[in-house]
Design a protein around this ligand. Sequence first.
Ligand SMILES: Cc1cc2nc3c(=O)[nH]c(=O)nc-3n(C[C@H](O)[C@H](O)[C@H](O)COP(=O)(O)OP(=O)(O)OC[C@H]3O[C@@H](n4cnc5c(N)ncnc54)[C@H](O)[C@@H]3O)c2cc1C
Ligand code: SF4
Length: 340
Amino acid sequence: MMRLPSFRYRAPRTIDEAAAWLAESPSDTMLLAGGTDLIPNMKRRQQTPRNVIALRHLDALKARSCASEITLGAGVTLTDIVHDDHLRANCRGLWQAAAQVATPHLRSMGTIGGNLCLDTRCTYYDQSLEWRKAIDFCMKKDGKTCWVATSSPRCLAVSSTDTAPMLLALGARVRLVSSHGERTIDAADLYHNDGMRYLTRRPDEILTHILVPDQTGRESAYWKLRRRGSFDFPVASAAASVRIVDGRVASARIALGAVASRPLLSTAAADVLLNQPLTDEIISAAADAAYEIAKPMDNTDFELLWRKKMVKSLVTAALREVRGDDVRELRRKIARQQMS
Ligand SMILES: Cc1cc2nc3c(=O)[nH]c(=O)nc-3n(C[C@H](O)[C@H](O)[C@H](O)COP(=O)(O)OP(=O)(O)OC[C@H]3O[C@@H](n4cnc5c(N)ncnc54)[C@H](O)[C@@H]3O)c2cc1C
Ligand code: SF4
């Protein structure tokens, strides 16, 4: 049985208290939300904080408001999102992304904040302590070499969060609070393309809220490739958010997940769509443009060239869904491909 290492556990009652405790020793303190990623990582000694600050009792992080701008506290669970009829109707892509994370049990514990800050993943890293010891560890924890590309100066572990690419496509912003104050940044600016330093969040900051701009007149969709349809991390994903006025695209944002160490926005794909009708040809050209920036590495399930190729199918599917097509057959086709 894997046991947790010892650590000091603290459960603040307010965000100010949490920020003050985090400021005491940010470099060896970690925040615990639902714990669905952090706790297994601690058991495997991938993450070994001396202090853990639990966010579960902070009511301010559980707030949700769906006025014109949607505000989600970082402690809102993925199940809360899946059960929210307003989000399902008005922010469908986010609802789809949340609904495809893990399993019902994990979604009931897992939070949107934890999902955005999810650790990057890799075949050589997501293993037991004994397994990793047998390969002399790797650069991300306790070792020197990157086994995915031994000459790589940086860790190439893959960003595996489902909601982050969708929130990038929706143009969301995130609020970060520390004992020095707060700042609000684009969700796109929360990430570095680096498997070890994948967040721009400072160690003394808490992600408190996610702010999604008014979705009136926009359609969004999230498509994900994974081994098992019932639950699995994404190995490639596509998120699209589009506003159509008078039959032409007035604005569009396309993001990819699980094909780099961070979620990626494809401005080239968005540019292809702008001012155009969503025809099959334009959708295909946008999918080609998004394909160019996908850089999957040999660090997770499935062959990397196939994952890259499937980016085109995922972007096409997301845009066809946004257009209002019946995508049930397309969904079955992708499901058959990922199982074979
Ligand atoms: C079997 C299994 C399958 C899974 N499948 C998927 C999947 O398909 N897609 C997917 O996206 N995820 C998946 N996950 C990962 C995880 O369950 C989800 O990402 C979940 O949303 C994480 O949220 P949490 O609240 O449990 O985060 P935690 O585990 O509590 O935290 C995760 C990370 O975020 C940090 N953090 C948490 N909250 C904050 C905050 N407010 N501010 C700053 N940092 C914070 C923590 O310090 C930690 O580094 C899976 C996990 C398991 C075990
Ligand atoms: S990409 Fe390289 S350094 Fe990063 S976790 Fe995998 S093997 Fe380790």
